[in-house]
Design a protein around this ligand. Structure first.
Ligand code: NAD
Length: 487
C-alpha cells in the first residue's frame, strides 16, 4: 500500500516528516500513516509540474490520449485491488466499489483518452484578406483539490480532462481517503505518463490545500468540496487571479407526483439518498411527495429503508457501509436533534445501529425525517443517509419548495406526464435533472451546479474547454498595409 507523496515521478516523504493516520471507518483501526504534504512539498510539486509542462503540452494529443487509454486498461486489470482499497478507506460497500467506482474511473479516463485529439479549434469568418483562427491552449499547471466521498472516481473526473488537454497537475486528495489515489499515481507511472506530469500531495486542507490554492505558479484551481471551503478557495486564488472551478454542496429535490410509477419511485428514491451512505453532493436529500400518494409511499419507503443491510464494507452482501469519519458520523446524527427541535418527525432510523458487530464503526441507520420546507434539515446539507420528507398539493407548490434553497446541483422527478416532466426540468434551478431516474452520470454529460453549488462543469467537452484557454490568432494573408498612419 503506497503511503508517500508522489512528486516528480517518485514517492517521497514529506519535507517536514509529518504524517497523518488513515483510519478504517468500519472499526476505527489504523490502516496506515501517510506522509502529510505542507507548503514546502506543494512548492516542490508545483515546480515539478512546471518543468513537465512544455514537453507534455507539446506531445501529440493522440499520444497523450493513448497513455490515458492505457491507464484505463490498467485500472480495469487492477479492479479488485482498487475496489478493496476504496472500500477499506472510505467505507463504500465492496459491491459498489467493484460495480461502480472502479469501472467509472476507468471509463472516465478512457473517455478523455479518446477526447484528447478530438478537441478542435475554429476558424472565424472575418474580413477578406485576413485569417482568424482560434486554438484551445492548455492553461499550464493546474491545482486540483478533492474530497473524501468518491476519492477514486474524482481522480478521473479531475485529471482526465486536464491531462487530455495538455495541462500538468498537482492534486491534493483528501487527508481522510488518499489510498486509492496514490495507487492510481503508481499505475500512471507504470503506463509511462512522464515524471512531473501528475503530482499528488495528500495533506490537510488548511496547509497543503490552502497553499496550492494561493500558489502564484498555478493557473487554475479545480475544487470539489463544501461550499464553505469553496469560498476560501476563491479568496485564496485572488493573488494571481487564477481560474477557479467549484463543485460544491447540494440539497437535491426529488419530487414524486401522484401519477408516478410508485415502485420505481420508491426504489429510485432509496438509491438517490442511501447510495454511498448519502455522502453524495447530488443526493436526493429532499424528498417531496404529492399528498395523495404520501402515506402509501412513506409506508413502503420506510420498510425498504429499514431492510437495507448495513455491514462491513468488504462483505459482498453489504448494501450500506459506515460513514467515512467519526466526526462526520457525529455531525450527521446531530441533525436528528436539529430536526426534533424544530418539530420534525423521525419516521425511521435516527441513530447508530444496535448491532454489536458494528459498534466500533461509524455507522448510521437509514434515516427518514418529515419536516417543513424552511426547517434547517430541509435547507442544510447533512451529507449522510438522512432524507427530509415534505408534502405538496399541486405543481406550483412543488416548484416553489424545490427552488427554495440556496443550492442548485442535482434534482429529480417521477411522473408519467411528459409535458410536466419537461416543464419542471426547465424550471428547477439545478445543474442536473433526472426524470424517472436519479443520480445517473456519464463522462460525456456535463456535471455541475448553480448558485451555492458552484460553477464550471466536469465531464464532456465542457470540461475540456474549462481546462483550456481560447487563443485567437490573426494572419494578414494578403499582406495589406494598414491604411491608418500610412506614409
Ligand atoms: P471540504 O470542503 O471540507 O474538503 C474538501 C477538500 O478541500 C479536502 O481535500 C480538504 O482537505 C480541502 N480543504 C479544506 N480546507 C481547505 C482550505 N482552506 N484550502 C484548500 N483546501 C481545503 O469537504 P468534504 O467534507 O471533504 O466533502 C464534502 C463536501 O463536498 C460536501 O459539501 C459535498 O456536497 C461536496 N461535494 C461536492 C461535489 C460536487 O461535484 N458538487 C462532489 C462531491 C462532494
Amino acid at each position: 500500500m503506497q503511503n508517500k507523496l508522489f512528486i516528480d515521478g517518485r514517492f517521497v516523504d514529506a519535507v517536514s516528516g509529518s504524517t497523518i493516520d488513515v483510519l478504517n471507518p468500519h472499526d476505527g483501526s489504523l490502516i496506515t500513516k501517510i506522509a502529510a504534504a505542507e507548503a514546502a512539498d506543494v512548492d516542490l510539486a508545483v515546480a515539478a509540474a512546471k518543468r513537465a509542462f512544455p514537453a507534455w503540452s507539446r506531445m501529440a494529443a493522440a499520444e497523450r490520449g493513448r497513455l490515458l487509454l492505457k491507464l484505463a486498461d490498467k485500472i480495469e486489470e487492477n479492479l479488485e485491488e482498487l475496489a478493496q482499497l476504496e472500500s477499506l478507506d472510505t467505507g463504500h460497500p465492496i459491491r459498489d466499489s467493484r460495480g461502480l467506482d472502479v469501472p467509472r474511473t476507468a471509463g472516465c479516463f478512457r473517455y478523455f483518452g479518446g477526447m484528447a485529439d478530438k478537441l478542435q479549434g475554429s476558424v472565424v469568418p472575418v474580413e477578406a484578406g485576413f485569417l482568424n483562427y482560434v486554438q484551445r491552449a492548455p492553461i499550464g499547471v493546474v491545482g486540483q483539490i478533492v474530497p473524501w466521498n468518491f476519492p477514486l472516481m474524482f481522480t478521473s473526473w479531475k485529471m482526465g480532462p486536464a491531462l487530455a488537454a495538455g495541462n500538468t497537475i498537482v492534486i491534493k486528495p483528501s487527508e481522510l481517503t488518499p489510498l486509492s489515489s496514490l495507487r492510481i499515481a503508481e499505475l500512471m507511472a507504470e503506463v509511462g505518463i512522464p515524471d512531473g506530469v501528475v503530482n499528488m500531495v495528500p495533506g490537510y486542507g488548511h496547509t497543503a490545500g490552502q497553499h496550492l490554492a494561493e500558489h502564484p505558479e498555478v493557473g487554475k484551481i479545480a475544487f470539489t468540496g463544501s461550499t464553505a471551503t469553496g469560498r476560501r478557495i476563491v479568496e485564496a486564488s485572488k493573488g494571481n487571479l487564477k481560474r477557479v472551478q467549484l463543485e460544491l454542496g447540494g440539497k437535491g429535490a426529488n419530487i414524486v407526483f401522484d401519477d408516478a410509477n410508485l415502485t420505481a419511485a420508491i426504489n429510485g428514491s432509496a438509491w438517490a439518498i442511501f447510495h454511498n451512505q448519502g455522502q453524495a453532493c447530488i443526493a436526493g436529500s429532499r424528498l417531496m411527495l404529492h399528498e395523495h400518494i404520501a402515506e402509501e409511499f412513506l409506508d413502503r419507503f420506510s420498510q425498504l429503508a429499514s431492510s437495507i443491510r448495513l455491514g462491513n464494507p468488504l462483505d459482498p452482501q453489504t448494501e450500506m457501509g459506515p460513514l467515512t469519519s467519526l466526526q462526520h458520523r457525529d455531525r450527521v446524527l446531530s441533525f436528528v436533534n436539529v430536526a426534533r427541535e424544530q418539530g420534525g418527525r423521525v419516521l425511521t432510523g435516527g441513530k447508530a445501529p444496535g448491532n454489536s458487530a458494528l459498534a466500533g464503526g461509524y455507522y448510521v441507520e437509514p434515516t427518514i425525517v418529515e419536516a417543513r420546507p424552511h426547517d434547517r434539515v430541509a435547507q442544510e446539507e447533512v451529507f449522510g443517509p438522512f432524507v427530509t420528507v415534505m408534502r405538496f398539493s399541486n405543481d406550483e407548490e412543488a416548484l416553489a419548495i424545490a427552488n427554495a434553497t440556496e443550492y442548485g446541483l442535482g434534482s429529480g422527478l417521477w411522473t408519467r406526464d411528459l409535458s410536466r416532466a419537461h416543464q419542471f426540468a426547465n424550471k428547477i434551478n439545478a445543474g442536473m435533472c433526472w426524470i424517472n431516474c436519479y443520480k445517473r452520470v456519464n463522462p460525456g454529460s456535463p456535471f455541475g451546479g448553480v448558485g451555492q453549488s458552484g460553477y464550471g462543469r466536469e465531464m464532456g467537452f465542457e470540461a475540456m474547454h474549462d481546462y483550456t484557454e481560447a487563443r485567437s490568432v490573426w494572419v494578414n494573408v494578403d499582406a495589406v498595409v494598414p491604411p491608418h498612419f500610412k506614409r
